[in-house]
Write a protein that binds this ligand. Structure first.
Ligand SMILES: Cc1cc2nc3c(=O)[nH]c(=O)nc-3n(C[C@H](O)[C@H](O)[C@H](O)COP(=O)(O)OP(=O)(O)OC[C@H]3O[C@@H](n4cnc5c(N)ncnc54)[C@H](O)[C@@H]3O)c2cc1C
Length: 433
């Protein structure tokens, strides 16, 4: 039986390990931390007495591979997908408005949402539909930033539709991301039947506990607390991996399901052996800040909302996992935080003021708890100069395959891209030979 070593136990590594085991390989999954899930995880806060996710993750109806993975780790009950896309928007001056699509075949479903989106004038809605149709129907877009492509858009259309969409879906400002990534996110993610998906359980329950159980059931040997520090390459093949205290792992095939910086650390000076067009050390990343809050009572009627013209771009009401929990927990999300948060900004103060400006019920509603979590290097920025250099799963080394959200799938760096790359590393890589 051929042996496969998967390095990295995030969404990409879990997907790769499960698929390789299903294809009859003997699989060992090596994860550096004490838990699986990578960027999908939760922490228990003693002071709050409950679990918070490291960051709120939204999935989209178009994430077919992620939904399949959830099925494989017995977690379909942990996600709720809207039957059709519905997003409440909160604007400090214009108040609440809805983006609500109806159950029509795509793209008509999406277009109905725009036609009824009252934060734009009728003329702006028509222009927006024209622009969206142009974006999604142009076969070959020239490399350029989203901002360049949107240079003729009115300020309203930009600030109330394009910018929130781009920052939320791609974790980048329009000037930092290639327009082709936005097109992919729209077509593959949003313009499908169904809408947003929300996890109903803490992410650790899904991507650590349930994933671990499923991996073990499939016969995968999972080693936690097993960071890979280096490797031996001979005659164009990886011969072994070096773990903690010099423990060696040998396999026939290797799938590295790691972020670019972790890959660089392991390969060191031998990184050129992989044959990448991309200089990994020059990649730029975007941060996501989550502001977790507990109030005495609810602050909005909606369970979530997209906030405009404010520092946080989204709020999410956190479902209780335990009836004894005190208060009502919320998570605010600030994507592309390295740009969104001005230097010296008091994030908590600004967030609370923004909630109030958007109509949150904060009067006499005591803030019982707050915690700010900065997820540094949340995703890689896919700017026009790197889109065409994103590597696929194959490498110049005969027995090395890459996976991870930054690898070239049709998707921008997201859970779906991570899962799909894990599947491809097996199906186009090791299983293809
Ligand atoms: C706060 C936040 C919010 C996000 N929101 C969304 C969202 O709403 N929707 C969406 O689709 N995406 C979102 N993302 C992006 C999404 O989380 C990632 O795209 C996805 O989880 C990446 O999975 P991965 O397996 O490629 O990488 P990772 O999850 O980073 O997994 C890599 C794993 O490798 C391990 N590792 C690293 N070095 C070593 C080593 N030397 N040896 C062994 N193991 C090692 C790490 O510990 C980690 O477990 C968000 C990300 C963050 C941080």
């Amino acid at each position: 039986m051929r042996k496969v070593a998967v390095v990295g136990g995030g969404a990409a590594g879990i997907a790769a390990a499960l698929t390789a085991a299903k294809r009859g390989f003997q699989v060992i999954l090596l994860e550096g931390r004490s838990r699986l899930g990578g960027r999908l995880g939760s922490f228990f806060d003693k002071r709050a007495g409950c679990q918070f996710d490291l960051g709120v993750h939204l999935i989209i109806a178009g994430y077919a591979n992620t939904l399949k993975l959830l099925e494989r780790i017995d977690s379909t009950d942990t996600v709720e997908i809207q039957r059709s896309l519905f997003i409440p928007f909160y604007h400090p001056i214009k108040g609440r408005a809805e983006f609500r699509t109806i159950c029509l075949p795509p793209p008509w479903n999406f277009l109905t949402g725009i036609l009824n989106f009252r934060l734009l004038s009728v003329r702006e809605r028509i222009n927006l539909i024209r622009r969206l149709t142009k974006l999604t129907s142009t076969k070959k877009l020239t490399p350029q930033t989203a901002e360049q492509w949107l240079n003729e858009v009115s300020e309203n259309e930009y600030e109330r539709f394009w910018k929130p969409l781009i920052v939320s879906a791609l974790n980048c400002y329009p000037e930092d991301v290639d327009i082709r990534m936005l097109k992919a996110a729209l077509i593959e993610g949003f313009m499908k039947r169904g809408g947003l998906g929300f996890f109903l359980q803490p992410e650790a329950e899904i991507f650590h506990y349930r994933a671990l159980k499923a991996l073990k059931r499939e016969g995968v040997s999972v080693r936690l607390n097993h960071p890979i520090k280096g490797l031996k390459i001979r005659e164009n093949r990886i011969r072994s991996l070096a773990g903690n205290s010099g423990i060696e792992v040998q396999a026939d095939e290797y799938i590295f399901a790691l972020p670019p910086d972790a890959l660089c650390n392991i390969f060191g000076d031998e990184i050129s052996a992989i044959g990448l067009k991309l200089d990994l050390s020059a990649l730029q990343y975007s941060n996501i800040v989550n502001v977790h809050l507990i109030f005495e009572r609810r602050i909005f009627g909606d369970d979530f909302g997209c906030m405009l013209d404010t520092l946080p771009q989204w709020f999410f009401h956190r479902r209780r996992s335990d009836e004894s929990e005190k208060g009502e927990a919320y998570s605010l999300v600030i994507s592309a935080a390295e740009r969104a948060i001005p230097p010296g900004c008091d994030v908590l103060e600004v967030c609370l003021a923004d909630l109030e400006r958007c109509g949150a019920d904060l009067r006499g509603n005591r803030l019982l708890y707050h915690k700010i979590v900065n997820n540094k290097r949340a995703t890689v920025k896919i700017s026009p100069d790197i889109v065409d250099k994103r590597p696929g799963v194959m490498t110049d080394l005969a027995n090395l395959y890459l996976a991870g959200d930054w690898v070239d799938t049709v998707f921008p760096p997201t859970i779906e891209s991570a899962v799909l790359s894990g599947l491809q590393a097996v199906e186009l890589g090791i299983n293809h030979e």
